[in-house]
Design a binder for this molecule. Structure first.
Ligand SMILES: [Zn+2]
Length: 636
């Protein structure tokens, strides 16, 4: 029985370290290779031992697919390739391929800073020390240089693999052409919105297919279009479910609310911190604030903390076909990513008096500059921090959003949060309505939820099962879901056969299944159903007829010829609607059924009737046999 098996190694009933193992028709594909931002121990990476214990990794996996550049989807790649030892193909879109190494390098810098701090703290703890050393070493064997300008990717061997380009045909990016991984496995990308270069992937082997959404957004935003998929009817749709229970209010309201909060804080002399990831929401909110500052003629400075802005703009320019239509149009006159009011941030500015707005990375306040600024500003109630996206458990962002106001920082220092904490969902994930919409569009046979919280998944699972009448699964990490599949094989029907059906008054009806007799032939891996005559002709075969013969013993002392006459007259009188004939050779026929009388080899008082027919006349043949078995009427 063919089947599809799915095992999340990460993101099973959780958000973070996305990594899903899929087996489809004997092919093994790993979807995403993310890290968990909320942990610094071995829960940071997916549990790859699940694959490695079955032998060599590269032999086992046919390919790895990365949905987009967010670190919870690609952050474990260096570890996976450098330490675990995978060196097979890795597929991703062109923007992801370009941006991913930059974010990884940026993260490495943060991670190395962190290592120095924690080593002095745990010098006596050997295990912790060993582990922490492992992380930066997995990225590069060189000692990190804080002023390194030239970025040399330590991961050259996975960067050379082919990438998928989503063409911007007709002005809207849609899908990539199917790309063969090998003779049987084929992948295809769909535009996912979410962040620059994000894609959903269809994995196909023969007639079986799985669609993995990665992260997606069903509504367009200020810089990207909406996710889209065709009615591809996969056996399984694996969808993220970050906002499984949220139905977001209109985007316009959220934007107005955001601008009002920033404006009020700046007016009363406060500072606004907006933790963001370098690419994505950052660009969207920058466009929003830039336009507002211009319109209101505001003077308070806006800074973008990271040196990545320029790099980011570079990529937006490079991959302009991936953005939305408005940006592509405006781009001809003006680059929407060149800002008049938003300036580069310098560390020293954080201590300057007076109002300001700062975009700082990373987005969940778990490390780096956003966390440094947060610590400086947290004590002043005039200030505000606006979290524009989802924060995973374990991060400072998650803690303050769940109401904690006394945070224990390293060295047992307690940070009291007096600044205002606001949450505005500018996250680029589909909400419950969007997820339902995607399921409706793709029409999958089964749905599997990942990248969400168990409780919320449970709710969405019921909703999907009720509305679409399909099975919905939500496995935990390490838990395997097995789906039996019944592959459908398309068969062409010959015109001759259809005409014959129609001659009987049976018009083809897509809604009503019915039985059709014919001969199935396979030519060049295609199946066709044709009439047997046509099959013989096409295949150059001679016709063979199979006849069934049955013996009936009759008590009759007369000669065989006379017995035959008696059989003829009996059948003639019983079967009034049939053509009964007595042939010159002495045999009797009823339609195509042949009856011959013969002498019995041992008993002269018994005659043997041989009744023979073809399979087409099975019914009549059997009937005649049983009729003759009852005997002939007495001759008068
Ligand atoms: Zn994402």
């Amino acid at each position: 029985m063919p089947e599809i098996r799915v095992t999340p190694l990460g993101a099973g009933q959780d958000v973070g370290r996305s990594c899903i193992l899929v087996s489809i028709a004997g092919k093994n594909v790993m979807l995403d290779c993310g890290m968990h931002m909320g942990f610094s121990d071995d829960r940071r990476f997916p549990d790859f031992s699940y694959i490695t214990r079955s032998g060599r990794l590269t032999d086992f996996l046919d390919c790895v697919i990365i949905s987009h550049f967010h670190l919870d989807h690609c952050g474990a790649l260096p570890y996976f390739s450098e330490m675990v030892g995978y060196d097979g193909p890795i597929y991703m879109t062109q923007p992801t391929q370009a941006i991913c190494p930059i974010l990884l390098e940026d993260y490495r810098k943060i991670a190395v800073d962190k290592k120095v701090v924690e080593i002095t703290k745990h010098t006596r703890d050997n295990t912790a020390l060993r582990y922490l050393e492992l992380l930066p070493l997995s990225w590069t064997t060189q000692e990190p240089q804080s002023t390194s300008n030239a970025f040399t990717p330590p991961l050259a061997h996975w960067l050379v693999f082919p990438c998928i380009v989503i063409p911007s045909a007709c002005g809207t990016p849609g899908t990539s052409p199917p790309m063969p991984v090998d003779d049987e496995l084929e992948i295809k990308a769909y535009y996912a919105g979410h962040v620059l270069g994000a894609a959903m992937f269809q994995i196909k082997v023969g007639a079986e297919s799985v669609v993995y959404t990665g992260d997606y957004n069903m509504t367009p935003d200020r810089h990207l279009g909406a996710a889209w998929i065709d009615k591809c009817r996969p056996n399984l749709l694996i969808t993220e479910s970050t906002y499984a229970t949220t139905i977001r209010d209109s985007k316009r309201c959220r934007e107005r609310d955001f601008l009002k909060k920033v404006h009020e804080t700046v007016e009363r002399g406060g500072k606004v911190l907006i933790p963001v990831f370098a690419l994505g929401r950052a660009q969207e909110l920058c466009i929003l604030l830039e336009t507002f500052w211009e319109r209101m003629d505001l003077k308070a400075p806006i800074y973008f903390s990271t040196g990545l802005t320029e790099k980011a703009n570079h990529y937006y320019k490079l991959f302009i076909p991936w953005t939305n239509q408005k940006i592509r149009k405006t781009f001809v006159q003006r680059n929407m990513f060149e800002f008049k009011h938003i300036k580069a941030f310098d560390r020293a500015f954080a201590d300057s008096p007076g109002p300001m707005v700062v975009f700082a990375t990373p987005g969940m306040l778990h490390a780096g500059q956003s966390l440094q600024i947060f610590r400086k500003w947290a004590g002043n109630e005039k200030n505000m921090v606006i979290m524009p996206g989802y924060c995973v458990q374990g991060t400072v962002g998650h803690k303050i959003l769940s109401g904690q106001r006394k945070l224990e920082m390293e060295g047992r220092q307690v940070l009291e949060v007096k600044m205002q904490v606001e949450y505005m969902s500018f996250s680029a994930h589909a909400d419950a309505k969007g997820i339902m919409q995607l399921v409706g569009q793709a029409e999958p046979e089964n749905v599997l939820l990942v990248h969400g919280e168990a409780k919320k998944m449970e709710f969405l699972k019921q909703k999907i099962e009720q509305e679409f009448r399909v099975s919905c699964y939500m496995p935990a990490n390490g838990e395997t879901v097995t789906l039996p599949t019944s592959p459908s094989i398309p068969v062409g029907i010959s015109l001759g056969l259809l005409k014959r059906e129609m001659a009987q008054g049976l018009l083809p009806d897509a809604k009503k299944a019915r039985l059709l007799h014919g001969t199935l032939i396979m030519k060049d891996s295609n199946f066709r159903l044709v009439s047997s005559e046509q099959a013989l002709k096409e295949l150059g075969l001679a016709e063979h007829q199979l006849r069934f013969t049955c013996r009936v013993h009759l008590h009759d002392t007369r000669k065989e010829q006379e017995t035959a006459v008696r059989v003829y007259s009996h059948l003639k009188s019983v079967l009034k609607d049939h053509c009964v004939q007595h042939l010159p050779d002495g045999s009797v026929t009823v339609e195509s059924i042949l009856i011959q009388a013969a002498a019995h080899s041992e008993d002269p008082g018994t005659k043997v009737l041989l009744v023979s027919w073809t399979y087409q006349d099975e019914e009549l043949g059997s009937y005649l046999t049983s009729l003759l078995k009852k005997g002939l009427p007495q001759a008068s």
